[in-house]
Design a protein around this ligand. Sequence first.
Ligand code: NAP
Length: 235
Amino acid sequence: MKTAVVTGGASGIGLGIAQRLRSDGLHVATMDLNPPVDDDLAYRADVSDPEEIAAALTAVRDRLGPVTVLVNAAGVDGFKRFQNISFPEWQRVIEVNLHGVFHTTQAVLPDMLAAGWGRIVNISSSSTHSGQPFMSHYVSAKSAVNGLTKALALELGPSGITVNAVPPGFIDTPMLRRSEEARRLGGSVEEHIQRTPVRRVGTPGDIAAACAFLISEEAGYITGQILGVNGGRNT
Ligand code: NAP
């Protein structure tokens, strides 16, 4: 049985991915800032801290063996006019969304290289297609994640490891609802649905389905791709 790590697996998209991969028969450990107490495969780790990631991974390996599937879903958003973003605020958004992917991927990679097989899926953002005002730090970090995905796909392909990105658009999670509540969406979720070609909001299950496919054996010829899951909002 394969072992997967899903960062950000305590909430929203990451939670949906962890549930889907478990129902597909993988061992799934999650890593979060506030792991649920009732899930004994949920570990506490700040993805921006390589020591916390290393400690959590040691515990995961001791219990579940080598990790050959990694989904980087942990993320934070940010919403501020560019000239008002302080450098520490800029840095934090980059640290979690980009450096978090660096630290976690580097930590897990030895297991995949030893196995000669691995699957990495990075959850970026549809804002990398469209841009997004007042989210320059977030869009910068997520765009870099797409770039990292492409570079790693070329580097790791010969080792049997695929690396793809899924940029979600408009998925019903606590992050989206917090943005709606703070009136940052430029309209309610309901109003956005009317502007979405498939006329509904996305679900964590929509993203999980894409991840489940990308980590499957039959997706072995797909790497370095950015697979938008956004109801047609970005084409
Ligand atoms: P969410 O419900 O807020 O979930 C994000 C998870 O990441 C939470 O469990 C959060 O923990 C965790 N996390 C945040 N900072 C972390 C850190 N430093 N270390 C470890 N875990 C951390 O948000 P979501 O909507 O599911 O977002 C999941 C991913 O999809 C994110 O990368 C987000 O940028 C991306 N995304 C979402 C949408 C959307 O429409 N929802 C669109 C584009 C991209 P806490 O709750 O404890 O902080």
